[in-house]
Design a protein around this ligand. Structure first.
Ligand code: ATR
Length: 271
């Protein structure tokens, strides 16, 4: 049970819709575990306006917020400052209130790389599929934490891949239009950031899109799909069949939450 009093710090999740979010369960568990005087609650808002952010600024109990779809980019204009990574990633998933000012952070990029470190991945050629919002945090993470020999980037809309690549100061990148078996064999890490494999696209593999249906993985490769629902996409199923190591989006989801908790409460939950 929570003991709420006048000093209880409030944090929560801003997004729409968020009725199925598991974030309150996670954060409230850590709040109890680490004996913090806090509570994490959902803020489901169908649009953003300045008055909500003024409420956050002027309410002394507000500690910060997580931000999710569809507001990760839009929220930036309502904040007082952003941390360095947000300049590159162009999305905020964590807000901290410091001396009355709302500061935007992004912890997705740290959450992304943690499962790769856990598998001992450090360097090699990488194939990145997708150039949407999520791929910016992935790209930032790859070039900052790993030793990339070469990065191959492919996306349905080539122009978006070009914009993604030009947003970062990293030279060893090629934008490709087709994935050959030789190119795939040369990559030790394959990442999917597209929505192919979830929701209405659950019966799709990212490879189908680029006319590369018959590609095979090897047992030397790691295949990382940012999708966590379903837990095993067609891409991961195929990768597993071929003997590759696989990572879905769940560890990243939990890790980004841990880093947010650390920003607010100064403790990285060690589970
Ligand atoms: P997110 O913020 O989750 O990354 P997004 O910004 O909408 O979402 O990006 C979705 C990614 O999935 C993009 O790479 C998108 O390709 P485009 O840039 O060409 O739009 C890709 N994607 C979504 N639906 C797709 C589809 N039906 N076929 C191929 N790619 C698709």
């Amino acid at each position: 049970m929570f003991e709420i009093n006048g000093n209880t710090k409030i944090c929560g999740l801003l997004g729409y819709p968020i009725s199925h979010t598991k974030s309150p369960q996670l954060h409230n568990k850590w709040i109890r575990q680490y004996n913090k005087n806090g509570v994490y609650i959902p803020f489901q808002m169908c649009h953003l306006d300045k008055s909500f952010f003024d409420f956050l600024r002027f309410n002394d109990n507000i500690l910060g917020l997580n931000v999710t779809i569809p507001y990760k980019q839009e929220v930036i204009e309502f904040l007082d400052d952003i941390s360095e990574e947000v300049n590159y990633i162009k999305a905020v998933n964590t807000i901290l209130k410091k001396e009355g000012k709302l500061i935007g952070y992004n912890t997705d990029y740290k959450g992304f790389v943690k499962p790769l470190f856990d598998l001992g991945f450090k360097s090699g050629n990488i194939l990145l599929i997708g150039a949407g919002g999520a791929s910016y945090a992935v790209y930032y993470s790859l070039i900052n934490f790993l030793k990339i020999e070469h990065l191959f980037l492919i996306n349905r809309t080539r122009e978006k891949a070009e914009i993604l690549a030009s947003s970062f100061n990293f030279g060893n990148v090629s934008i490709i239009d087709k994935i050959s078996q030789d190119l795939l064999n040369s990559c030790s890490l394959i990442i999917n950031t597209t929505s192919l494999g979830m929701g209405k696209l659950a019966d799709k593999m990212p490879f189908d899109l680029f006319g590369c249906e018959n590609l095979c993985f090897t047992d030397k490769q790691i295949v990382y799909d940012l999708i966590y629902n379903p837990a095993e996409t067609l891409l991961l199923k195929k990768a597993k069949q071929d003997g590759a190591k696989v990572i879905n989006g769940m560890p990243m989801l939990i890790e980004q939450a841990k880093y947010s908790f650390e920003i607010w409460f100064g403790v990285y939950p060690d589970e």
